[in-house]
Design a protein around this ligand. Structure first.
Ligand SMILES: [Zn+2]
Length: 108
């Protein structure tokens, strides 16, 4: 979480927004669980247990849609030869490859 979902104040690491006093506890629990699932998935990938890894990635992605989860999902799907699903993820922009390198197509 980079900012308060209520007032957009910068997140400063506390459980309560310094500006509007929103309680972040439920969001922080979700972030922690999503992160835990991804770490579990990475261990399973190292053991080539792709089906179980995909389950953990999907759990994580359900909780919190992150670039890392989407990237790991495409990796696992590619390992399983599910290229149509990989292309679908790429086409729906669930992964932005190096967004800092994006060039405005309308320039020039
Ligand atoms: Zn706030």
């Amino acid at each position: 979480m980079k900012q308060c979902p209520t007032c957009k104040a910068t997140y400063k690491g506390q459980n309560i927004c310094h500006r509007c006093k929103s309680d972040f506890t439920p969001l922080l629990v979700i972030e922690k669980e999503a992160s835990y699932c991804l770490e579990k998935a990475k261990s399973l990938i190292k053991e080539c247990k792709y089906d179980k890894a995909l389950d953990e990635i999907n759990k994580s992605f359900f909780l919190l849609k992150t670039q890392e989860a989407a990237a790991l999902k495409t990796y696992v799907l590619a390992q399983q030869g599910e290229f149509e699903k990989v292309f679908s993820i790429l086409e729906t922009n669930q992964i932005q490859v190096a967004p800092h390198l994006n060039v405005d197509a309308n320039k020039n």
